[in-house]
Design a protein around this ligand. Structure first.
Ligand code: FAD
Length: 473
């Protein structure tokens, strides 16, 4: 690539020539995880320190070159790949993967942005603690990407989103300055919360280079149960009972529709999905207990008995071993892959107030069935957080690519309008990226959008940070 030799020279000087990639196969950085976009980068730059990130950003700012911060590139909203013009720089944080410190007294861990989530969990475990953020992409996604998207995952019902797990950030601003906010303080009321501005900003305001995250004591026992439920309303009733009976022990509550589980059964029959044929939904529950396994099991059994009596569960199993529990979680986490095996689909990552989820599903299922003959709904997600992956698969025999091309816009409007009618959000976890950037103005208030534009203009006046994501002019 010779389009910008002066910038490339400055980048090579900043990070070393071997860490400025311009040739060879750059697909891993240029194509998004779902294969929905394949851009072309001016270069992929891989700094190894915060000072190197700052030098890269300063060089880009001087040349007016756009920067796409990238972690594991597992974004589901096309948020971390360059566009097709070959003039945007991919800033990969993958080499910044050190755990800088673990502070047992403060229950915190300070880690660099490119650290893979699974390695953060392992570092916490090695020190005798729990880092509870957990999602199916944890073997590839990075803590910087988790913060950039304010990722959720399977433990939010107890521990909150990534935002709730973060006490401090180190950020390189769009001007190439370094803000060190890694105090780890649990109380600090000295003005605007800069940390919360950067979390969830999808790389549009600055580059997160490190973070101080909360740790928790490891539970003495963790039990998993799988329950068949006769309706979505029954699943919501079961959630209420589980909150009452398990209190803070309830660390996971996932719902899975019959068609979603049928796809797992079809594409991964070796996983042996339990109970899926006998009910429209199954629920996966996790109970984390600080007393021990016997206590956890007794609590779970009493909850399930009560639920069976109340009619909100028709059948249930409690995992007898860690291997069985992992197997149940593996089934839940295989739904996305099973969907991918079935073909491209239209993904919706929505949230609705929990009490309104049954009405939302009933109304929207019927609406889509009326509008699109034979439509197939892959409905599953984090019911404990009011968050559903309400995905729409092409009717049997219809080419998925043609379905997306012809129907995506219309289906998005049908689903998002229903979400809005029920007081929900069009993106609960995956973020706006470029996939939903043109939808946002229809669902976000003009006042909120103006405030967001003012923040973007103040922090990134040149508009070089991940342009075209979250906000468009
Ligand atoms: P990337 O994809 O590289 O980037 C994501 C966004 O963050 C981009 O806008 C990027 O510019 C920005 N970014 C990345 N690094 C930085 C940085 N250092 N500073 C500033 N901005 C940065 N998400 C959930 O929330 N919950 C789930 O349960 C979940 N399950 C998933 C399951 C699968 C199988 C897959 C493939 C994805 C899933 N995701 C889920 C989506 C995805 O894994 C998350 O969004 C994750 O947080 C992205 O991390 P990443 O390192 O891959 O970020």
């Amino acid at each position: 690539m010779t389009t910008n030799p002066t910038l490339l020279d400055a980048l090579r000087q900043a990070v070393g020539a071997t860490h400025v990639l311009t040739e060879g196969d750059l697909t891993a950085y240029e194509r998004d995880w779902r294969g929905r976009a394949h851009g072309r980068a001016l270069a992929v730059v891989q700094p190894a320190s915060t000072a190197e990130v700052a030098a890269v950003v300063r060089a880009c700012a001087a040349h007016g070159t756009s920067i796409i911060p990238q972690g594991g590139n597992t974004s589901l909203s096309v948020g971390a790949v360059p566009d097709e013009n070959g003039r945007q720089l991919v800033l990969s944080l993958k080499r910044m993967d050190r755990v800088r410190a673990i502070d047992g007294a403060n229950l915190t861990l300070t880690v660099e942005a490119g650290c893979i989530l699974q390695n953060v969990q392992a570092a916490a475990e090695g020190a005798g603690f729990l880092f509870p953020l957990s999602l199916a992409a944890e073997g590839s996604c990075t803590i910087g990407g988790n913060l950039g998207t304010n990722a959720g995952g399977t433990q939010v019902v107890r521990y909150g989103n990534t935002r709730e797990l973060c006490l401090g950030l180190e950020v390189v601003t769009a001007q190439g300055e370094i803000w060190d906010g890694l105090t780890g303080l649990r109380k600090d009321n000295t003005g605007y919360d800069l940390r919360d501005l950067f979390i969830g900003s999808e790389g549009t305001l600055g580059v997160i280079t490190a973070a101080t995250m909360k740790l928790y004591p490891r539970p003495a026992a963790q039990l998993t149960a799988w329950a068949a439920v006769p309706s979505m309303q029954a699943a919501v009733d079961l959630l209420g009972l589980a909150h009452q009976r398990l209190g803070p022990g309830l660390t996971g509550f996932e719902v899975m529709g019959q068609f979603a589980l049928g796809l797992v059964d079809k594409h991964f029959p070796q996983l042996r999905v339990p109970l899926w044929r006998e009910a429209p939904y199954c629920v996966l529950l996790e109970n984390s207990d600080h007393e021990g396994e016997a206590h956890a099991r007794a609590q779970f059994e009493s909850l399930l008995e009560m639920a069976l009596e109340a009619g909100c569960v028709s059948d249930a199993v409690v995992a007898e071993s860690i291997a069985q529990a992992r197997g149940l979680w593996h089934i839940r986490e295989s739904i996305s892959l099973a969907q991918a095996e079935e073909g491209l689909n239209i993904k919706h990552d929505i949230s609705v107030p929990i009490a309104r989820i049954p009405a939302f599903c009933e109304e929207t299922d019927a609406l889509l069935a009326r509008e699109i003959a034979g439509v197939r709904l892959v409905n599953f997600g984090h019911l404990g957080d009011g968050n559903l992956h309400y995905n729409v698969q092409a009717p049997e025999g219809v080419d998925p690519r043609a379905f997306l091309r012809d129907e995506e816009k219309r289906i998005n409007t049908l689903v998002f309008d229903a979400v809005a009618r029920h007081g929900g959000s069009i993106s609960a976890e995956h973020g706006i990226g470029s996939l939903k950037v043109h939808e946002l103005p229809r669902y976000k208030s003009p006042v909120a959008l103006d405030l967001m534009r003012a923040i973007k203009g103040a922090l990134d006046p040149q508009g070089i940070m991940n342009p075209g994501r979250v906000l468009v002019d």
